[in-house]
Ligand binder design. Structure first.
Ligand code: DC
Length: 218
């Protein structure tokens, strides 16, 4: 049976996570948050202090990583038995994730973990290279973006809500640096898949974006 896949790619803060989760819930499909896999690995190598050790050691950690997504009342992410949900959102985690995501051997090691999510009745996959590299065969592809200032403001609000003290100028600088790295890396860069539909969410509500994405599938 051909399992339908909807890919939603774009830069951080475009609303991919919220939109993808809502769309997956409405369709009753599985949800892959690929950024979380990179973030979890970033946390693991920071804790184990292997970033300096080299690519082979990081790949070993990536392959051994025991990552579980729990989706009961709230979304929890468990790494090697430990709840890492709150740590995933830290800017330091995102920055390290963006660095290791530029290393080809690490992307290759994480590929199988991502393919595993393609299960019936369907999958909504959110990331940077879902429609171009991980699921190029996907029937439905979206590129979701927003202006850099809108994305920084959203991130600022999110962090404040979590009680994390954050400086908007620092967030903007971090987002721009990560975007540049994600767009310019040699392997699986953040690019618009030519067969994707383009949505700029800067002046749209979440509900409007969700509706537009759903109309593609329906
Ligand atoms: O979507 P996110 O902000 O959680 O992603 C964190 C970092 O992981 C991001 O800077 C780029 C990287 N990433 C990637 O390279 N490919 C993906 N499919 C998802 C995330």
């Amino acid at each position: 049976m051909d399992i339908p896949v909807l890919t939603i790619d774009g830069p951080s803060g475009a609303g991919k996570g919220t939109v993808s989760l809502l769309v997956a819930q409405k369709l009753g499909w599985h949800y892959l948050d690929s950024g979380t896999i990179y973030r979890a690995l970033a946390l693991e190598i920071t804790e184990k202090n292997v970033f300096e050790a080299g690519v082979a050691d990081i790949v070993e950690v990536a392959l051994a990583m025991d990552l579980v997504f729990e989706c009961d009342e709230e979304r929890l992410v468990i790494l090697d038995g430990q709840d890492i949900t709150d740590l995933l959102g830290l800017e330091s985690t995102a920055n390290m994730a963006s660095k290791i995501a530029a290393i080809p051997e690490i992307r290759a090691a994480l590929l199988q973990k991502q393919h595993y999510f393609k299960q019936p009745p369907g999958l909504v996959a959110d990331g940077r290279d879902m429609g171009t590299v991980v699921f190029p065969e996907a029937a439905y592809k979206v590129f979701l973006t927003a202006s850099a200032s809108t994305r920084a403001e959203r991130r600022h609000k999110q962090l404040k809500k979590k009680g994390i003290d954050a400086n908007i100028l620092q967030i903007t600088a971090d987002i721009e640096e990560r975007d540049q790295r994600d767009r310019e890396r040699q392997i699986a860069p953040l690019v618009f898949a030519t067969d994707a539909i383009y949505i700029d969410s800067s002046n749209m509500s979440i509900e409007a974006v969700v509706e537009e994405v759903l109309s593609l599938v329906r």
